[in-house]
Design a protein around this ligand. Structure first.
Ligand SMILES: [Zn+2]
Length: 252
């Protein structure tokens, strides 16, 4: 079985036809999915979805691209969701210097609020990091907490540094792309015990479906590529990464 550790069934693109995407996922052995929030609305929807389907779990947060107006009031609303047993992580949160419509100082302030909340409630963080590896690393090292680097796209050496401070590495469809030398190196270098798999759907559709809308069922193509690189059976990549995800998110 497979655990898709990062889906956006709460997104506009997938929500409407969610029953179809969920049916496809279950049919392909994708038995559990973490629905991840990125703003107030999507976090609320993630919690609702997790309470509507037993195999769905939720993460709540305001991501770095949506945090321009974020206040402490918003954080208090998010914090209330953590009482819900289906809410198993805080994410996605982090730093994104690829887009520049939110100042780095504001991103860091809101990221730190999420880190503090994760520590207070002893919950894992699901980290979004783009073109901001050193700053993300130093804030997480300082925090001395745990979680997962979602859709990891940095170097193998940097990935190891995150593992060394308590973070799992989650690989997405990018690892399947023909020219994806660096993600394939990460898959080869990081021990399977420290890997999770995800689709980040509706984005990052894996080969051979690039260009189409992504959905949770496609996480098997991520597992297939990792199996090829590590010379393992795809079922073993599925069950080990499922075990890793359940352990990280505290799911029995
Ligand atoms: Zn995401």
């Amino acid at each position: 079985m497979y655990f898709d550790s990062h889906v956006h069934l709460n997104s506009e693109q997938l929500y409407k036809d969610r029953d179809l995407f969920i049916a496809n996922a279950l049919e392909n052995g994708v038995a559990n999915m973490l629905v991840v929030g990125y703003d107030m609305e999507s976090s609320k929807l993630a919690v609702e979805l997790a309470n509507s389907y037993e195999f769905l779990y939720a993460a709540v947060a305001i991501g770095p691209n949506d945090c321009n107006e974020t206040t402490m009031e918003d954080m208090h609303v998010l914090e209330k969701y953590l009482d819900d047993p289906k809410v198993v992580a805080i994410g996605e949160t982090g730093l994104d210097y690829y887009w520049d419509h939110v100042a780095a100082s504001k991103q860091k302030e809101v990221f730190q609020w999420h880190i503090d909340m994760a520590k207070k409630h002893n919950m894992p963080l699901s980290i979004h990091c783009r073109d901001a590896y050193e700053d993300t690393y130093s804030m997480l090292k300082q925090a001395s907490h745990f979680g997962v680097m979602h859709c990891y796209s940095g170097s193998a050496q940097m990935a190891q540094r995150f593992v060394d401070i308590g973070f799992k590495i989650s690989l997405a469809g990018t690892v399947t792309f023909k020219n994806a030398r660096v993600p394939k190196e990460v898959a080869g270098h990081i021990q399977i015990e420290n890997l999770l798999i995800e689709t980040d759907c509706p984005y990052l559709t894996p080969h051979p479906f690039r260009g189409k809308l992504n959905e949770p069922a496609n996480v098997i193509y991520v597992a297939k590529e990792i199996a090829k690189i590590k010379n393992l059976e795809i079922e073993d990549v599925g069950s080990i990464t499922e075990f890793n995800a359940k352990k990280l998110f505290g799911i029995k």
